[in-house]
Design a protein around this ligand. Structure first.
Ligand code: G4P
Length: 528
């Protein structure tokens, strides 16, 4: 099989949702399809949010890292599936965002009883910014939820994306009869926890389906469907692949209902690995030279073993264990001897991988988040990973002033590694940390103590709204401790506004000063 054939089998995606919307339940069903587990209910020790099949536990124990919350990989039909997990509530951090830079599409799970929730919205914004195709699964149809029209409208308005219902539900909760599968032109009948029945649209007028068809719930849904057909947007795969339209599937991950049809349709439509931008132009996934980038580094939290694993998204060529590559940032050669793929059924060492695959490589403290590894003569780097907007900020100091040197070294290394973001007050030069999740502070404190032997004191500043300033528009006299002027690690000026209100007030009073949010500051950097 050629590299091209291998690449075109790869479907690499993340499942995103707000905690409790059903991500674990859905993942479990997909693993069943992939024969990675034998029966439902084996995967999760729910309340801990952790997977619990023995194979994975074993890897976790051996490596001391949480691989289960990382990557699952299995063949399905003609495809090779890579699912990247995005950590839940408590573990939400920049890693969660960065995971989205390593996938080619995303499945967004929404709880039909709740609609769009905070965490979905955050992750969605990153997908939208990067133009990642998004497939939506509206879950828990076996419960009384919100009206389908209302849910679709909310997705369109809150998320600013067109929707195309791939199926249309007939009832919900106790009245749930099934869905009209528009794509495959069949009615999928819900039979509780029993197998679903597929009735081609053309057979619905047969007498055996009379009870179903004459049910008022069915008829109401049929009328709604007619409305959708008439007034809704047309389906456009191009728009889907450009991240401008999301195919929406209604179902129940738990029952399970509509999951198989969803997955088959999703897998057939989801994009294969695409060319990626680099400093030397666009690199095709079929390019025979291996390349990839590091999007996550997992340090062993056990101080006795200082090993770290770097997660690499392969972007071109063929990875072979033991191969020599170059680290683009330094130009130095590195041999990739210890590599792992996180396959529950055949855990351990991976011998080869292609664009779209995610591999774990042993990190002898050499890698940074965003690093490009490659074969070939021309060194290039993949487009820098975006910085993601921190939401909470804290002052940070060393408890013992004699440890200033280690303190500085530790902070700089951890920041470089992407564990947390760092700023300095524009006048006092005091250090400020910024994070998107609470856990990042805990990890920071722990690692400063264990790896750099520095006890740090954190003092909350609270939630702030960061906005970058253009270098020629910085006027320190306009800012105070409320709207604080700081510099990021690249020495760009940033204002940490007290809240949205303060930011808007400032903007109204100084309309000429451009306030750049984190996403666009990257574009700004690239154009200057
Ligand atoms: P998460 O990973 O997104 O946090 O969600 P998870 O799959 O753990 O699901 C959260 C809860 O919602 C679980 O119930 C799960 O059983 C339930 N659930 C998931 N999909 C469906 C569905 O289609 N219909 C219904 N009715 N419930 C669903 P729990 O009580 O919190 O946990 P458990 O004790 O049942 O495991």
């Amino acid at each position: 099989m050629t590299i091209h054939d291998e690449v075109n089998k790869r479907k690499t995606f993340a499942i995103i949702s707000h905690p409790d919307a059903g991500k674990t339940t859905m993942t479990e069903k997909l693993l069943l399809f992939g024969n990675l587990i034998r029966s439902a209910g084996t995967v999760k020790g729910k309340k801990t949010g952790k997977f619990a099949t023995s194979d994975w536990m074993e890897i976790e124990k051996q490596r001391g890292i949480s691989v289960t919350s990382s990557v699952m990989n299995f063949p399905y039909k003609d495809y090779q599936v890579n699912i990247l997990d995005t950590p839940g509530h408590e573990d939400f951090s920049e890693d969660t965002y960065r995971t989205l830079t390593a996938v080619d599409s995303v499945v967004m799970i929404i709880d039909a009883t709740k609609g769009i929730e905070a965490q979905t919205l955050k992750l969605f914004k990153v997908c939208k910014m990067r133009g990642i195709p998004i497939f939506t699964f509206i879950n828990k149809l076996d419960r009384e939820g919100r009206e389908p029209f209302e849910l679709l409208e909310e997705i369109e308005q809150v998320l600013n994306i067109k929707t195309y219902p791939m199926n249309w539900p007939a009832g919900m909760g106790k009245r749930f009869l099934g869905t009209f599968d528009r794509y495959n032109e069949q009615f999928i009948q819900y039979n509780g926890n029993e197998e679903e029945t597929y009735i081609p649209f053309s057979d619905l007028d047969q007498s055996e389906h009379e009870t179903l068809v004459s049910d008022p719930t069915y008829q109401a849904a049929n009328d709604e469907l007619a409305l959708v057909e008439e007034a809704g947007d047309d389906f456009s795969l191009d728009d889907v692949l450009a991240g401008e339209q999301t195919p929406v599937f209604f179902g129940s991950a738990l029952a399970p209902f509509g999951v198989q049809t969803f997955f088959d349709t999703f897998i057939s439509m989801a994009p294969v690995p695409a060319p990626r931008k680099s400093t030397e132009g666009v690199i095709s996934p079929d390019n025979p030279d291996f390349s990839g980038f590091v999007f996550k580094i997992q340090a062993n939290m056990n101080p006795a073993h200082r090993d770290r694993v770097a997660f690499l998204r392969v972007c071109s060529g063929k990875f072979e264990r033991g191969m020599s590559v170059k680290l683009a940032r330094t130009g130095k050669p590195i041999r990739l001897a210890q590599s792992q793929q996180f396959v529950a059924s055949s855990r351990g060492t991976i011998e080869e991988a292609y664009a779209g695959d995610i591999i774990g490589i042993y990190d002898p403290n050499a890698y940074q988040i965003g690093d490009t590894l490659q074969e070939g003569k021309n060194l290039f780097e993949y487009q820098e990973l975006p910085q993601f907007p921190p939401e909470q900020f804290q002052w940070v100091t060393a408890k013992n002033v004699m440890k200033a040197k280690q303190f500085k070294k530790g902070i700089e290394q951890l920041v470089q590694e992407g564990a947390i973001q760092m700023y300095k007050h524009h006048r006092s030069e005091s250090y400020i940390l910024g994070a998107v999740g609470e856990l990042q502070y805990e990890v920071f404190q722990y690692r400063m103590k264990n790896e750099y032997h520095v006890d740090v004191a954190l003092e909350p500043i609270g939630e702030r709204v960061p906005r970058w300033l253009k270098p020629d528009q910085v006027d320190p006299s306009l800012f105070d401790e409320r709207n604080m002027l700081v510099r990021d690690r690249y020495d760009n000026y940033v204002v940490l506004f007290k809240n949205e209100f303060s930011m808007n007030w400032f903007h109204d009073n100084h309309p000429d000063i451009e306030l750049i949010d984190l996403f666009s500051v990257n574009q700004y950097d690239q154009t200057t």
